[in-house]
Design a protein around this ligand. Structure first.
Ligand code: PLP
Length: 232
């Protein structure tokens, strides 16, 4: 595949980003919400730092990564708010706690305690609890019934700030029905934990539906940056 020239890459990303931003505004308005309530996180996993510089120049400040090494390197090259949304391995927590500003994928108490112990003095790490929208054990996310106990654990740690809930629509199910369930879970959670009212949900294929069901943080990669290139 020919390499895109820098100018072409800029216009390509700019057009795609404009379209996503318009879709965010339209779906928020259609849901009777203020579009400014929705934070767009550009998921940059597998894309080069040159793309992040382009995103910066277009006003993007929130970047999401799934892997510790990649996030750690890119966060040195690009100033912004850095989100980690990948599966958490215990031995990576010390490193993730250094470069990430927000962790979306927390789903167990041991990891909560370990993150709290790993945060640098004076820093507060923002976190979401990932809730499972299917009942298969062993996948990412906790069952809704376990959320309150985890939330209370997060709140014991002054190094952590609980923003709210995160979810991924399960494969093989219409995201609309999954996000309907999520909205109910999220309402109940916000009632109990009013200081943690945010909801991280929605990716390239389903962020409009997520916004109509209350998402405040959407994580969008391929709709902005195109199909992922094979890792170099
Ligand atoms: C990769 C990823 C995204 C972004 O996915 P796209 O389909 O490229 O928008 C969002 N959330 C999580 C948890 C991911 O792993």
């Amino acid at each position: 595949m020919p390499q895109a020239s820098p100018i072409n890459r800029l216009s390509e990303i700019s057009a795609a980003l404009t379209k996503v931003r318009e879709q965010v505004i339209n779906s928020a308005i259609a849901a009777g919400r203020d579009p400014d309530e929705v934070t767009l996180i550009a998921v940059t996993k597998n894309y080069p730092s040159s793309d992040l510089q382009i995103l910066k120049s277009l006003g993007v400040n929130d970047f999401g990564e799934n892997r510790d090494t990649e996030g750690s390197e890119k966060s040195l090259a690009t100033v912004g708010t850095w989100h980690f949304q990948g599966g958490i391995q215990s031995n990576k927590i010390n490193s993730i706690a250094r470069w990430a500003d927000v962790v979306h994928s927390l789903d167990n108490s041991r990891h909560i305690d370990k993150f709290a112990g790993a945060v640098a003095p004076g820093k507060v790490l923002k976190v979401f609890l990932q809730v499972a929208l299917d009942n298969s054990e062993g996948r990412s996310g906790v069952q809704p019934a376990e959320l309150d106990a985890l939330a209370e654990n997060v709140m014991k740690h002054h190094q952590l700030q609980l923003l709210g809930l995160m979810a991924v629509a399960p494969l093989g199910e219409d995201p609309e029905s999954a996000f309907q369930r999520l909205e109910v879970i999220h309402r109940a959670f916000k009632d109990k934990f009013p200081d943690s009212p945010y909801l991280s949900a929605g990716m390239s294929g389903d962020f409009e539906g997520a916004i109509s069901h209350g998402a405040t943080h959407i994580r969008v990669g391929s709709s902005i940056l195109g199909s992922r290139m094979a890792p170099l």
